[in-house]
Write a protein that binds this ligand. Structure first.
Ligand SMILES: C[S@@+](CC[C@H](N)C(=O)[O-])C[C@H]1O[C@@H](n2cnc3c(N)ncnc32)[C@H](O)[C@@H]1O
Ligand code: SF4
Length: 389
């Protein structure tokens, strides 16, 4: 068990770290990234929001700055090199002190030595930060936008949100930020316009035209987990997604888009999965490559389990403690076997299809997938072998 180096928060916080349980360190021996939900506050109430139950409770609403940095130092020591700040809305972090804690957090994270710092924002208040030198230490500023017009975006994110976020995206690009757009693949984007163009393709074209570096799609499927009950009615069916995925991934492969497109595959035929389980069985829980840290002291891995009682550990009073109860999200899972996503297939069946991790986005340009895991190298390895056999 490691030692807490210095408990004096106000004096020399640079040396303060959390003590870590051996079982935690063992599970996260390949830790690469941290998703830090720094605040439970939000100025929007998006219909599909995965985080909705935490936002409405307003308890333990922020991770105290010194604790956030101490946790980041600890995870850095365990191997993490990328961090994503989110929430809630991270630009509201430390709002009583006019955003200073957020700037200090970004600055402190860079000083710890993180190589890639990302912030996910709804883009409503971002202009306040864009000219601050500490903010410009971000390696990626990811704006959430769920459509290419007020008519496609605002039903999910609220009236007026499209215009405000687009103004801030333009300003951020003008100021030299590496801007990406995160877009939920809602049902309407899988339909076509009068020219038979998929609306999701129009979304990609919109991101290209505005000058974003990348567009990253999130899926919204109902998957049989508790969050199905609070994520609204914008979820497509698997049968609607598959032809769209095929059409778009072909265009991506043909390099028809000038920006990077991260597209979740979501489902695959079982027979194809079985040809290359090492590749398709990508699972952050089994890999122990990420932690998701929440203001209420919970550390978990799988975002399917956000706002549930499941997690892997808790942080409290300078210690990170492995959860030995059945609430540990790894309990009951075979961590040694490459399988389809077990969290998404326990209660829902999809015929001859099986669900993949929703972070499984073939060929994606993403720091951990590419530079740390080299995941694409697993792509055809077993398929080729299987064909030969
Ligand atoms: C929870 S938000 C937090 C950061 C910030 N408030 C924002 O909206 O960007 C992080 C990302 O998750 C996405 N998201 C919200 N609910 C989701 C859901 N049910 N499934 C997939 N992604 C979701 C949001 O659209 C956003 O891009
Ligand atoms: S802005 Fe982000 S955190 Fe807030 S409700 Fe929307 S998705 Fe959720």
């Amino acid at each position: 068990m490691s030692k807490i180096k210095d408990l004096t928060l106000s004096g020399t916080p640079m040396s303060y770290e959390y003590a870590v349980d051996d079982d935690f360190a063992k599970h996260f021996r390949s830790l690469h990234q941290v998703f830090m939900y720094i605040t439970d506050r939000c100025n929007l109430g998006c219909e599909q929001c995965i985080y909705k139950p935490s936002i409405s409770h307003f308890i333990n609403e922020e991770i105290v700055l010194d604790d956030a940095l101490a946790l980041l130092r600890t995870f850095h020591r365990l191997g993490a090199r990328k961090v994503t700040f989110l929430g809630g809305e991270p630009t509201l972090y430390g709002h009583c002190q006019h955003g200073k804690p957020l700037l200090d957090l970004i600055d402190g994270t860079a000083r710890i030595g993180y190589e890639y710092i990302r912030l996910d924002t709804n883009g409503q208040k971002t202009s306040f930060f864009l000219r601050k030198p500490q903010f410009s230490k971000l390696n990626e500023l990811a704006f959430s936008l769920d459509g290419f017009s007020p008519g496609t975006n605002d039903p999910l994110r609220g009236r007026g949100t499209f215009d405000r976020v687009v103004d801030n995206i333009r300003l951020a690009i003008e100021l030299g930020y590496r801007v990406t757009i995160t877009c939920c693949a809602q049902k309407v984007l899988l339909t076509r316009d009068e020219d038979r163009v998929l609306l999701i393709e129009r979304m990609i074209r919109f991101a290209e035209e505005i000058g974003a570096h990348q567009i990253n799609f999130h899926d919204l499927f109902k998957v049989g987990t508790p969050m199905d009950t609070w994520t609204g009615s914008f979820a497509p069916e698997a049968s609607e997604w598959l032809p769209v995925y095929d059409e778009l991934s072909n265009k991506i492969a043909q390099k028809e888009f000038s920006i990077s497109v991260r597209l979740p595959q979501c489902f695959i035929r079982k027979s194809e999965f079985d040809l290359n389980p090492e590749y398709y069985g990508y699972c952050p829980v089994k890999l122990g490559e990420r932690v998701m840290v929440h203001p209420n002291g919970v550390i978990r891995i799988c975002s399917n389990l956000i706002c549930t009682g499941f997690g892997v550990a808790r942080y409290h009073h300078g210690r990170i403690i492995w959860d030995y109860s059945n609430n540990n999200e790894t309990a009951g899972h075979d961590l040694e076997r490459n399988t389809p996503c077990t969290n998404r297939s326990r209660h829902r069946k999809y015929g001859d299809l099986v669900p993949l991790c929703f972070s499984f986005k073939p060929g994606q340009e993403e720091f951990v997938w590419y530079e740390k895991l080299h995941w694409e190298t697993k792509r055809d390895y077993l398929t080729v072998d299987a064909c030969i056999v």
